[in-house]
Design a protein around this ligand. Structure first.
Ligand code: GLP
Length: 239
């Protein structure tokens, strides 16, 4: 595991976008796993700009999103479909036909894992982390070998995600997520975390024993993980 601690969110986003752009340049037909949330937002923005600055092309890549809320249509501004279109896809030359979301495979989510496999597997998975240590929407207690499935969101996650919705009652309580097994099959993983509210989850994920109580802790057993933190999220790591 390689760990970078950057000064702040901006530097974290620069570092992440550079690593991802270099990867795409070397592997122009790669398969990416994508996360949503506020953490990767600037990374996506910078990647979009790189298209112009250093001619990074996304034309031949395929993308699989980590998760999506159940019950929100793709054109709902709170959906992850909408987020990706607005924050990433529209800023690149990506072929929208090559972008996939787990909810599009309802109700047979096994087909999402099969589709990933048929595409050659995920070469680079981008991940954020929930304040309770979740990855994707794999909440504490999720099985490490789990595959793509529909899950109930924890109270903690519903509370965290309420900031994106006008009314509390509109926050979805269910979602479809790649499983931890699906995520761990990615050949390379980049985990991003920013802000003091993530420092406990980061500490539990990186420094404590691997446990289903902190789903992200399983990343300790993956052979190719890059962690990019800002100082705030790394405040509990010493040395
Ligand atoms: C959601 C997503 C996760 C994401 C997490 C953190 O729960 N399903 O994939 O990592 O939020 O989001 P943020 O980056 O906004 O803190």
């Amino acid at each position: 595991m390689q760990i970078y601690i950057e000064k702040d969110y901006n530097d974290l986003s620069k570092k992440a976008s550079k690593i991802i752009a270099d990867f795409i340049k070397k592997n122009p037909k790669c398969v990416l796993g994508l996360a949503t949330g506020s953490t990767p937002q600037k990374t996506y923005d910078l990647l979009g700009k790189m298209r112009k600055i250093n001619k990074t092309s996304f034309k031949n890549i395929k993308t699989f999103n980590l998760d999506e809320y159940s019950g929100l249509s793709a054109n709902n501004p709170q959906s992850y479909h909408f987020f990706m279109k607005q924050n990433f896809f529209d800023k690149t030359d990506i072929d929208i036909k090559n972008t996939f979301f787990p909810t599009d495979f309802a109700p047979d989510y096994k087909k999402y894992d099969e589709k990933i496999k048929k595409s050659g597997g995920i070469n680079l998975q981008i991940l954020g982390i929930g304040s309770n240590g979740h990855i994707g929407f794999n909440e504490p207690g999720s099985k490490f070998f789990s595959k793509t499935r529909q899950v109930k969101l924890s109270k903690n996650t519903i509370k965290d995600n309420a900031r994106f919705f006008k009314n509390k009652k509109d926050v979805p309580t269910k979602a479809v997520t790649m499983g931890i097994g699906t995520i761990m099959s990615a050949k390379k993983i980049i985990l991003l975390a920013s802000g003091k509210n993530k420092s406990k989850a980061v500490f539990n994920a990186l420094c404590k024993k691997v446990s289903t109580k902190t789903p992200a802790s399983i990343l300790q057993s993956h052979k190719d993980v890059i962690v990019i933190l800002d100082k705030d999220s790394a405040e509990n790591l010493s040395g």
